[in-house]
Design a protein around this ligand. Sequence first.
Ligand SMILES: Cc1cc2nc3c(=O)[nH]c(=O)nc-3n(C[C@H](O)[C@H](O)[C@H](O)COP(=O)(O)OP(=O)(O)OC[C@H]3O[C@@H](n4cnc5c(N)ncnc54)[C@H](O)[C@@H]3O)c2cc1C
Length: 552
Amino acid sequence: MAEDADVIVVGGGLAGLVAATEIAEAGKRVIVVDQEGEQSLGGQAFWSFGGLFLVDSPEQRRLGIKDSYDLALQDWMGSAGFDRDEDLWPRRWAQAYVAFAAGEKRGWLRAMGHRIFPVVGWAERGGYDAMGHGNSVPRFHVTWGTGPGIVEPFERRAREAESNGRLTFKFRHRVDSLMTSHGTVDGVSGVVLEPDKIERGRSSSRRATGEFTLRAQAVIVASGGIGGNHDLVRQNWPKRLGAAPANMISGVPEHVDGRMIGIMEAAGARLINRDRMWHYVEGIKNWSPIWPRHGIRILPGPSSMWFDATGRRLPSPLFPGSDTLGQLQYIMSTGHDYSWFVLTQSIIKKEFALSGSEQNPDLTGKSWMMTARRATNKGAPAPVEAFKAHGVDFIVRDNLADLVGGMNALVDDDLLNAEDIKAQIEARDREIENAYAKDTQVLNIHNARRYIGDRLIRTAKPHRILDPAHGPLIAVKLNILTRKTLGGFETDLDSRVFGQDGKIMPGLYAAGEAAGFGGGGMHGYRSLEGTFLGGCLFSGRNAGRAAAKAVS
Ligand SMILES: Cc1cc2nc3c(=O)[nH]c(=O)nc-3n(C[C@H](O)[C@H](O)[C@H](O)COP(=O)(O)OP(=O)(O)OC[C@H]3O[C@@H](n4cnc5c(N)ncnc54)[C@H](O)[C@@H]3O)c2cc1C
C-alpha cells in the first residue's frame, strides 16, 4: 500500500512538534495531523507559563542554590510515591527524565535559541520529611517569552522542514481511528473539519466536511490529556479522593478532550494510571474567558492565609505552594469544593503570579523593563490588579468584618464566622512578630526569605495581616481547576506503546501528556512542577528519534 509519509504524528502540540522535527531532521518524511487550525499550533504549550524543571543549572548556581541529580531524584521519588506493578516503566522514565533535566535538557534548548529568566522559582515545597513530597530547592525555570518561547524553536524547525518537503501539516484533520496491517499500526483515518478562523484557544467548529485516510510505517500519538473534558475527569476521578467536585473550572482549552484515549484503547493500547491527575486548588474564574469555563491558576507565594469553606485554616504543611495533591485531598474531605485565601495588598502585590502566557505580558513579551516592575511597582502586576477589580472570586474590603460578610455573600451561605476567622488571624499575627515562631507557615515565610529569588520578587516582607498599613484586606475564592493528566499509555524508553496483552504494538508510539509524559505516568501521584513541558520535550524527542530509526 502506498505510504503518504514515513511517520504520522497525531497532535501538533509541543510533544508532537518535537517528535516531528526529530523525524524530519533524521531525513524522514512526516505528516503532523491536528484537529485544530493552523492558528492553534503548539497546543497547550503556547498558553503555558513556560516553567521548566532543571537540575543544577547555571541559573540555580548563580543564586547560590546547590542542586544535584541525587537530590532531584530523591525529591522526584518522594513525590511520585510509585506503589503499583504498572509503575515499572513510569519509574524508569522518571530516572531517565531527571537525568535529562540534570544533563542535556538546558544545553539542547539553548542551542536552539531558548533562554531562561534568571530568577528560579520554588514550586511544590512540600513540608514533610526528606523522603517526602516536594522540591528541596528552587527548580522552576521560567522560559524568557513563557509558552510561546518554548514553542518557537520547534515551530521554526518544523517550518524549515515543511519548506524542504520533509514535513507536512494537515490541520483540521481529526483522527477517529488507528489502522493496522499484519499486526503493525500503519495509518490513521478520520474526518476533515470545516475551516474555522476562530482565535487560538477558542472552541472551533466540529462540523465534518469529508473523510481522510493516511498511511505510514509508524504512528506517534501526541494528542494531549483529558483536562478539557470534565465528564472524563469525573469518570476517572480517583476513589481515594472521594466524589469528584461538583464544580470545576478548566485550565486548558476544549481541544484537550481525551478523545484519542478511547481510540487508542480500541486499537489495543494499554492505558495505565488513569486515576492519577494533576488539578490545582487555586483556580480563579477568568473574567475575560477564552475557552469554556476558563480558569487561571494562582501561583501563590507563601504568605496568604488559607481557610477551608467552613473557615478552618488548612492544616500544616498545606500552606500555599506546598503540596497540591495534599491540598486537593484535604479540600475534598471538607465536603465543599472550594477554599479561601485571605491576604493583604502587600502580599498580593509581591506574591500573586498567574499561570499562563497571556497573564504575563512582561515575560511573554520579553520586556526587561516591564519585568523589573515586579520588584519595584506599588501595585500588583496589571493582570493581577485586573482580576482584583473584575474577577468574581475577589473581595476587597478595609476591615475584616466586611470582608467575611462579603465572603459569605459570595457563596450565599453563612459558613464563615467573622470572630472565629479574626481569632485565627490574630494568633498568626502574634507569631509573625516573633523571630522564633512556632507557626509552621510563619517559619516557611522566614525560610523563603533566606532565598534571594523569593526575597526579591516572591515573598512579601513579614507583616501582620490585620495591619491597616498593609491593607486593604483581600479574600479570594479558590476553585478546583482541571489541568494535567498524569496517567497515560504505557511506553518503553523508546516511546513504543504496549498493548493490552503486555507486548509492544509494532508501529505505535506515544508522547507527551497522552503517554503520561512517558511510560504511562512518570510523575506517579505528584509533580514537582515544570515537568510537563519538559516531559513533552523528552518523550517527544525519544519517540521521534526511535520512530525515525525504525522506519526504512
Ligand atoms: C495555562 C497553562 C499553563 C501551563 N504551564 C506549564 C508550565 O509552566 N510548565 C509545564 O511544565 N507545563 C505547563 N503546562 C502544561 C503543558 O503546557 C502541557 O501539559 C503540554 O503542553 C501538553 O502538550 P502535548 O503536546 O502533550 O498536548 P497538547 O498541547 O494538548 O497537544 C495535543 C494536540 O493534539 C490534538 N489532538 C487531540 N486529539 C486529536 C485527534 N483525535 N485528532 C487530531 N488531533 C488531535 C489537539 O488539537 C492538540 O493540538 C501548562 C498548561 C496550561 C494550559
